[in-house]
Structures are given as structure tokens and as C-alpha cells.
Design a protein around this ligand. Structure first.
Ligand SMILES: N[C@@H](CCC(=O)N[C@@H](CS)C(=O)NCC(=O)O)C(=O)O
Length: 246
């Protein structure tokens, strides 16, 4: 079994100093799918970080991870300290903070959290009701999800985005994790639309402000490069195969 990076043992003061490192490199230990690794990789790409993938040997590596599950991210800071980061939402928030994607103050931070949480409910509902449904039930579930969950999501988020100036951002005039998570939701729903289901209600015409957020994130240089990369395409193919999508 290939050995995994060994986290540096040090007191929390030393480790919290190491966390301030701006030019860390990363290793992502996750299966060859988008899955729970997708937003983590998207954040790394958005932040312009360098990372490598470690292919898990499963279940051999299981006992060597903090919670017996993946993803796990290893950060090597500029002074060589290795930090082990586990649990998807915690890793995502850690990276978003590192890349200054939580607004400019505590109030903005809270607003980012509100929209993240709202988007997360839609992502969870999509995963449970559609991706994890047997293929023969997916069309019906998808149509229900579009009509019920997404209609409400679009109405609430469109109103907020319009109030914020229809500028492609949730908070003020800068990118935050809320923008990136919404772009991820839109991608996931479009990418995993079951054949034969209704049109996905996200579009330039039907949800112009959400579409603008999606475009603004997707036009970010290092993010766009990641999405065009062979690795991203490979993960897309294996994700569809894993979930038995045609
Ligand atoms: N609470 C964890 C759940 C992670 C999880 O369930 N990971 C799955 C893959 S998506 C896993 O490791 N499955 C293999 C196993 O549990 O042995 C998180 O949010 O990261």
C-alpha cells in the first residue's frame, strides 16, 4: 500500500502559524469521481493553487484517514509543514477562507453562509432524489425537483441577486464561496440531467442573475482552465459511468 503524507506533529499555535502560508501546495485523496471532491477541486482551481491527486487504495487506506472516509486533503505549507484536512464542508470552508472568499466582514461572512446553506439544501436534495435514485425513477424525480425545489430556489436567489445589483455576485462586488457553490449546483444539475427529463430551469432567460453568477465564475481564468483540463473531463466521464447515466 502506498503511504500517505504524514501530518506534522506540532502544537496548535505552531500549526495555526503554518496555516497562514499563502503559497501552499495540496494533495487531494479522493476517488476518481467528481462527487464530494468536486467543490474542493473547484475551490483549489479558483484559488490558483497547485495540487496533485492521490489515488486511494480502498479500503486499505481507510484506517489511515481521520474519519475512515474521503475526501482528505494534505496541505504542504511554504515551510514544509503538512496539515491534514478532513470532512468535506470543513475542507471547503478552510480553502474558501484561505482564498478570501468569505466577504469583507462578519456580516458579509454570515450572508455568504446563508446562501451557501440554501444552495447546499438544493445540492443535497438533488443528490438524494436524483443521483441516488434508480435510473428508471430519475426522470420523474428530476421533473419534480425542477418544478418544486428549483422554482423556489430561483425565485429567492434571483430576487437577492437583483437587489445586489445583478453584477454576478451574491455579496457586494466581489467573488465569494456563495458564487462558486451556486456555479457548482448549476453545473451539477445540467450535467446530471437524466435523458428525457424536462429542460433544467437554469438558463440565461429563466434565471438571468443566477446565470450571470455561473458565467462570472466560469470565466475566471484558472477555474476555466481546470474545467477544460483532461483531468476534469476524465472525472466527468467516470462520474457518469459510476452513477449509471447514459
Ligand atoms: N462526512 C464525510 C462523509 C464522506 C463520505 O461519505 N465519503 C465516501 C465517499 S463520497 C466514502 O469515503 N466512502 C467509502 C467508505 O466509507 O468506506 C464528509 O462530509 O466528508
Amino acid at each position: 500500500m502506498a503511504t500517505l503524507p504524514v501530518p506534522t506533529k506540532a502544537d496548535s499555535q505552531t500549526l495555526s502559524e503554518a496555516v497562514k502560508s499563502a503559497d501552499s501546495t495540496y494533495k487531494v485523496l479522493y476517488f476518481g469521481l467528481h462527487g464530494r471532491g468536486e467543490l474542493i477541486r473547484n475551490l483549489l482551481a479558483y484559488g490558483g493553487a497547485k495540487w496533485e491527486e492521490i489515488t486511494p487504495e480502498w479500503p486499505a487506506h481507510k484506517e489511515h484517514t481521520p474519519f475512515g472516509c474521503l475526501p482528505v486533503v494534505y496541505e504542504t505549507t511554504s515551510n514544509g509543514t503538512i496539515l491534514e484536512l478532513a470532512e468535506t464542508p470543513a475542507i471547503e470552508r478552510y480553502l474558501a477562507k484561505k482564498f478570501n472568499l468569505f466577504g469583507k466582514n462578519e456580516y458579509e461572512h454570515h450572508k455568504v453562509e446563508e446562501y451557501l446553506s440554501s444552495t447546499d439544501s438544493a445540492v443535497t436534495s438533488f443528490s438524494i432524489k436524483i443521483i441516488q435514485s434508480p435510473p428508471e425513477k430519475r426522470v420523474e424525480e428530476a421533473n419534480k425537483f425542477y418544478a418544486e425545489v428549483l422554482t423556489r430556489f430561483i425565485s429567492v436567489h434571483e430576487a437577492h441577486l437583483q437587489k445586489n445589483g445583478s453584477n454576478g455576485h451574491y455579496i457586494g462586488n466581489s467573488a465569494t464561496f456563495a458564487d462558486i457553490k451556486t456555479a457548482f449546483l448549476i453545473d451539477r444539475v445540467l450535467f446530471l440531467r437524466p435523458k428525457g427529463a424536462d429542460e433544467v430551469p437554469f438558463s440565461a432567460k429563466n434565471s438571468p442573475n443566477l446565470w450571470k453568477v455561473h458565467e462570472t465564475v466560469n470565466n475566471h481564468k484558472s477555474y476555466a482552465e481546470w474545467k477544460e483540463s483532461p483531468k476534469y473531463q476524465e472525472l466527468s466521464v467516470s462520474t457518469k459511468a459510476f452513477f449509471k447515466y447514459d
